[in-house]
Unconditional design. Sequence first.
Length: 224
Amino acid sequence: MSSAIPRDFRCWVRIGAAIALLSALTACQTVTPYDYSNFRAHPPRSILVLPPVNDTTAVEGTYGYLSTVSQPLGELGYYVFPVAVLDSYLKDNGLPTPTEMQQVALGKFAEITGADAVLYVTLKQYGTKYVVLNSVTSVEVDARLLDTRTGILLWSGHALAQQGASNSSGGVLGALVAAAVTQIINSSTDRAHQVSHLANQLLLDKPGAALPYGPYSPLYGKPR
């Protein structure tokens, strides 16, 4: 009787070993928890949101996104200064663009408004891109929350929200018609404004790196 191990069996052993090694490597990967030490040392009660710097070609991006930020921050338990009032005040004082507004010293914001923290936002994507049979609306943001008195970073986040629209049930002709209708609708409405709400949810509620509850929330002090 031959004692040689069949070639097929040896192959399956190698495959099984490779799978076991891959599983072990995957199990060893860990997600570094967000460091909230600065936030806990300087927990803000009030937040001032500056108009976002717009790195996109969508001129409506800054104020389309800005109008969606106050509500989720308020629901988390923070006092949010009225964004329209702040925007008008800064423009009346010689700061017509978000870039110039974001260059104001943090201490000045504390002196003028008494805000505990300032939220700086940069729009990386905002709007709808069209292809022949589909369209995708994207909103991508970077955010930083800084303490007005010390200048330290309290929290930061990034989010990319996307929403597609397609229709293949009617074949190529149906998809073309759907794409044309979608483009007409998006030309008359700011679809990215709606996607901004999803971007805020992904930004502020990201598991393991969410913005903590504020002092006006009944969940204040509880982990997110």
